[in-house]
Design a protein around this ligand. Structure first.
Ligand code: PLP
Length: 439
């Protein structure tokens, strides 16, 4: 059913957005001549034309029309350091001073690998890539090779990169593996599917919390059930920790008490530079040892690029240590609780799910255990909240995703909660109602 007052409010909010962004609009129109839709990263696109940023500083972004925004999107988790963390900056300046594009083994890659294995219990041995997408493609291909099987089980609505996108069941340009789709948090069905496909199932690829799918945490026992089912089917369990590696002290798998056969990393672990890594059991990763008989080559010009390696060392050893990660985790838990209280107090049918410093605003107050639970949520309500928050100087993802950075102080977080409350007061009449949903 169309919500006419909501649609009218959206038209007005889009007009307000456009009216104060003439330069943004002009740059967008020029970009459209060379980039399809003026865009090179679909997840950042939003109507009527996307925000365009000139620079960042600490927890702030400055757009080309001179607006200052508190950045709560945190580069979809890669930007956990904010925009000018002194430790990251120093590491990059030192790397530049020592010369770029060295094209040889370096000390930095060995140091970073040691830090990664110390931080994440599943990682006995690893290899670096340039992105999380590439890390997942490598992990899945590794599993298919070592098991001699072809099928890959993923979660319906999951996201593992540009070629591994399963929103709405998948996209036509996905990597051409035979996929089996399982529902999130339905251990009985997922394990039955593992068993059914056991003779040709290479791996299960799953996130400890669905990130892009809506910050939906794995239910207690879900990952452990998959661990058990994959072991008895002779398939590998791959945890995609590209987003969840920031959870607790040792990442989302460790927090859930599950050790995978392989895991993947990306985002913040490269200190905010292009980064990915896949690894896990040493006996599996041994296929990439060039001295081994029948070694599999794994190449990549930028796998050990000095900017990612040196920034990654600074990130793991100094800027985002287990103590820092744990503190940010706790701040995120508190923030999510405060925002949920705001929606509840004002009887608005919206809510946030998530773990620690990652969360998503949903246009429903009903429990969200899988992407299917979001099928009837009103996306217009999320767009309205997104545009209204921008007008108040706060930037979250258009889809409601929030990833906190260590640069955000209490003043910014308090201000954000106040801004959400102000939006809710102002728009209560057109946002979904908690009372109507309960009736
Ligand atoms: N896996 C997960 C869980 C992600 O959230 C993402 C990116 O958002 C990726 C993989 C892909 O990483 P990248 O964007 O570095 O290719």
């Amino acid at each position: 059913m169309r919500n006419i007052p909501l649609n009218e409010a959206l038209v007005e909010a889009r007009q307000t957005y456009a009216a104060s962004r003439p330069r943004t609009q002009a740059v967008h129109e020029a970009a459209c001549a060379h980039l399809p839709g003026g865009n090179t990263r679909s997840v950042l696109y939003h109507g009527p034309f996307p925000m365009r940023v000139e620079r960042g500083e600490g927890p702030y972004l400055f757009d080309v029309d001179g607006h200052r925004l508190v950045n709560l999107l945190g580069e979809y988790t890669a930007g956990v350091f904010g925009h000018s963390h002194p430790v990251i900056r120093r590491a990059l300046e030192e790397a530049i001073a020592d010369g770029l594009n060295l094209g040889a083994h370096t000390v930095a890659e060995a140091e970073l690998a040691a830090l990664v294995t110390a931080r994440f219990p599943t990682m006995e041995q690893l290899r670096f890539t340039n992105s999380g997408t590439e890390a997942n493609l490598m992990a899945v291909s590794t599993a298919r090779h070592v098991t001699g099987r072809s099928k890959v089980m993923v979660i319906n609505g999951g996201y593992h990169g540009g070629l591994l996108y399963f929103g709405g069941g998948g996209i036509p340009i996905n990597a051409p593996f035979p996929f089996v789709l399982a529902p999130y948090n339905d251990a009985a069905t997922a394990c039955r599917l593992v068993e059914e496909h056991a003779d040709d199932l290479a791996c299960v690829l799953v996130e400890p919390m669905m990130g892009s799918g809506g910050c939906i945490p794995a239910a207690p026992g879900f990952l452990a059930s998959l661990r058990e089912a994959t072991t008895s089917a002779g398939a590998l369990l791959i945890l995609d920790e590209v987003m969840t590696s920031r959870f607790g002290r040792h990442g989302g798998g460790a927090l859930a008490g599950v050790t995978a056969d392989l895991m993947t990393l990306g985002k913040w672990v490269g200190g905010g530079m292009s980064f990915g890594a896949f690894g896990g059991r040493a006996d599996i990763m041994a296929i990439y040892d060039p001295t081994a008989e029948g070694a599999i080559p794994h190449a990549g010009t930028f796998n050990n690029n000095v900017l990612s390696m040196r920034a990654g060392i600074a990130a793991l050893a100094e800027a985002f240590t287990p103590d820092v990660a744990e503190a940010l985790h706790a701040r995120g838990e508190a923030l999510r609780g405060r925002m949920n209280a705001v929606f509840e107090q004002h009887h608005v049918g919206m809510s946030l799910t998530g773990i620690g410093s990652l969360m998503t605003i949903h246009a429903t107050a009903s429990p969200v255990n899988s992407p299917a639970d979001l099928a009837t949520a009103d996306d217009g309500a999320k767009e309205l909240v997104f545009l209204d928050l921008l007008e108040r100087g706060y930037y979250v993802a258009r889809r409601g995703f929030i990833a906190l950075s260590v640069a955000l102080g209490e003043a910014e977080l308090d201000g954000f909660v106040d801004a959400v409350e102000d939006v809710v007061r102002h728009r209560r009449a057109v946002l979904p109602s908690r009372l109507a949903a309960a009736a």
